[in-house]
Write a protein that binds this ligand. Structure first.
Ligand code: IPD
Ligand code: CA
Ligand code: CA
Length: 254
């Protein structure tokens, strides 16, 4: 199995250009609601259609799972794609949204890329080889005191039915940390942990396509990827990603 990082970067950047053409013309963006708080736009659909076709053309051996168009037949090796993670931010003209593309083979993630076109930041990782942002290697922060940490979280758009809606957890952690951020794109949040810009991130009720690429990028940059109990692995319904140094301290507050 061989993938080309250059071919993939070109495809993902081209997808970014498609997204940017909609982002630069927001007054004509068609937005519909999949459910009361879950948006989809023309841009999400167009970016995913482009990626699905381009990836199939270059790598016909792999299947596909995208947020908007669903699953192909082959799911034992597949691209996992969120065409725009952060659609709400995108639709309001904010910059934190990204295209998330991962390759999973036999349940193991081997490639992940998150591209934030409005910021022109391209994060990429390959299993066992490390993680990079815009061509330079990245690694998690070395902050080891939760009291001095900056953390990020998100509040799932489909949270209204949840008993645990993250608000109490957020308040507990906010009281014990110096900085808190809510950027609005789980895929980018994970890259920010990878790049040492924040020291931890957690969220509930995500899907694998939100976090697959970002989780590989984070773990290749030295992050711990666990659930809220500290079990290792990717748990989109309760994902906690840290620099490792503050894992024990934050687990006590989850
Ligand atoms: C959303 C973003 C957001 C998170 C939501 C996700 P979408 O993805 O990752 O940060 O809080 O739960 O659904 O809908 O913009 O692809
Ligand atoms: Ca998403
Ligand atoms: Ca999306």
């Amino acid at each position: 199995m061989s993938i080309s990082l250059t071919v993939l970067e070109n495809i993902i950047r081209e997808a970014g250009s498609i997204a940017m053409s909609h982002f630069n013309d927001l007054q004509n963006l068609a937005i519909t609601k999949k459910s009361p708080r879950d948006l989809v736009t023309d841009a999400d659909v167009a970016v995913e259609a482009f990626l699905r076709e381009a990836l199939a053309k270059h790598y016909p051996q792999f299947g596909f799972w995208g947020e908007e168009s669903g699953k192909s037949e082959n799911q034992s090796s597949r691209w996992i794609v969120d065409p725009i993670d952060g659609t709400h931010s995108f639709s309001r003209g904010q910059y934190f949204w990204g295209i998330s593309v991962a390759l999973e083979i036999d349940r193991e993630l081997i490639f992940g890329a998150v591209y934030a076109p409005a910021l022109d930041d391209y994060y990429v990782a390959e299993k066992g080889k490390g993680a990079w942002k815009n061509g330079r290697p990245i690694s998690v922060s070395n902050e080891n005191n939760l009291a001095d940490a900056m953390v990020g979280t998100g509040f799932a758009c489909l949270r209204s039915y949840l008993k645990d809606n993250n608000l109490q957890r957020f308040c507990r952690i906010a009281e014990m940390t110096t900085g808190q951020r809510r950027f609005g794109s789980a895929a980018i949040d994970l890259c920010l942990v990878a790049d040492g810009q924040i020291d931890a991130f957690w969220e509930q009720e995500l899907n694998l396509y939100d976090v697959a690429a970002g989780a590989l990028i984070a773990s290749e940059a030295g992050a711990t990827v666990t659930d809220f109990q500290g079990n290792e692995g990717i748990f989109p319904k309760n994902i906690l990603v840290t620099n490792g140094e503050i894992l024990k301290q934050i687990l006590l507050l989850m």
